[in-house]
Design a protein around this ligand. Sequence first.
Ligand code: TEU
Length: 541
Amino acid sequence: MSLDSQWWRTAVVYQIYPRSFADSDGDGIGDLAGIRSRLGYLAELGVDAIWLSPFYPSPLADGGYDITDHRDVDPRLGTLEDFVALVEDAHAHQLAVIIDIVPNHTSDQHPWFLAAVAAGAGSPERERYIFRDGAGPDGEQPPSDWRSHFGGSAWQRVDGGQWYCHLFAREQPDLNWDHPQIREYFLGTLRFWADLGVDGFRIDVAHSLAKDLSEPLRSQPNLDRALPLDGTDPLYDREEVHEIYRSWRAVFDSYDPPKMAVAETWHPTTSRTYLYARPSELGQVFDFSLLKAEWGRDEFLAVIRRSLRDHQGVGGGLTWVLSSHDVPRHPSRYALPLGVTPEDWLRSNGSRPAVDPAAAQRRGRAATLLMLALPGSAYLYQGEELGLLEVADLHEDDLRDPVWERSGHALKGRDGCRVPLPWTRGGPSFGFGPGGAWLPQPAWFAAHSAEAQAAEPDSTLNLYRRALVLRRALHGDDLSLDWIDTGDPELLCFARRNGWLVVVNFSARPKPLPSGRVILASRSLDGDQLPGETTVWIVRP
Ligand code: TEU
């Protein structure tokens, strides 16, 4: 396939969580051959690229984000040859391939970490990680108040001796990015995969690599998601992290076309977030503000406006996301009453309150058509095109996300959006593979299977397919958007180029339909009325 150097600016990227996508060999774990067998489906869906979450060797303490070898494939998922074949096939289907790079930490089973533990305090092996003596008379207290994103302290003691830092699970020790060998290793890792033909990289926890490790360690008892950041925090979004990405850009630009990259940063979006997207750095950064917004016209309008503004002047790309492997699926989120957090709802196994699946679908579809009409690039998460809801009632014994244990069973975690996909109405794992599935699939997956959805003209799958065809024709590389004030506080309305008008009715009541030719609606229209909780795309001459 031939990609132009700016292809990623308007691309629709489909996130694959490999262990839950398609299983070729019946071991219950999705694999590379499974993905390969479904490339035709993805090409027909109409996406431009796939992003593969980690497929590297991993003890699976954090769903593959705990890696023992950054330059290999987990044998349960395939081999490097399978990977190369997958990239070739994807390209033959006109799909670009983006892979996940996880530079903040390794697995605690990585040979470097095993060597560091064995070598003892003060050794060069320990320099690759962040080891410190503990506080208190016998060093029995953690060296600082830093917290893990998954709950509890970010420090773990080894054999009554030193402590190491892990911003995520205990099995994910943080690397020391002040160490030149770590920097070299990741530059080499980017080249390794680029040479195998990948087109881009998604950078995990991109804002945490540079840390202020000077003594005494500075206090930071908060997690990034609640912090206003200004470049001076000891752990998050430090000014120095940008040097790393400038050195990565030199690697990206040594290929023709240059490799693309997208930063994952979880702190509240501000104009600082877009610094990662500078053309001299990664080019793109996930903007999670829309993903974090609750269903409602004013909040959606405010976050979209702010992102359009924050992005200005940087020269990097704009991105939009509604769902990922880290958050409950968006239709389920939108069906919760305001004030009920998805975490509380999951804790009740989806029973308090019971969500109305029809309302979830209405709102989810309306939000999707809104997102796909925004200027820039859109990231979809596997299964959203099937209208999948969050699997909220997974049994506690089945949970695999480390969040469950580390939160002391206060949070169920992220497994509910990682349940293996249903491809067929029946079969041992709804067509996921010839055997079972590593997380149990609910009976309602049958109606959401790709097979059932393909057969139904108004299904969510067919809506996504139609939307992506139209988007390709209408969207172009134009980034302009004009807000239109309809005078109705329950409508959100904007115009793109070529007379493309987008109207979202956030209320439950029908509204008069604006004039023009309706080319797509998230719900069947009712004569000349725009139904409640519906988005329409209209073209005006
Ligand atoms: O996520 C980064 C991150 O900050 C998440 O922990 C986020 O706060 C949380 O998922 C929100 O619910 C990335 C990956 O996307 C995630 O899957 C990994 O667990 C994490 O990094 C560690 O590698």
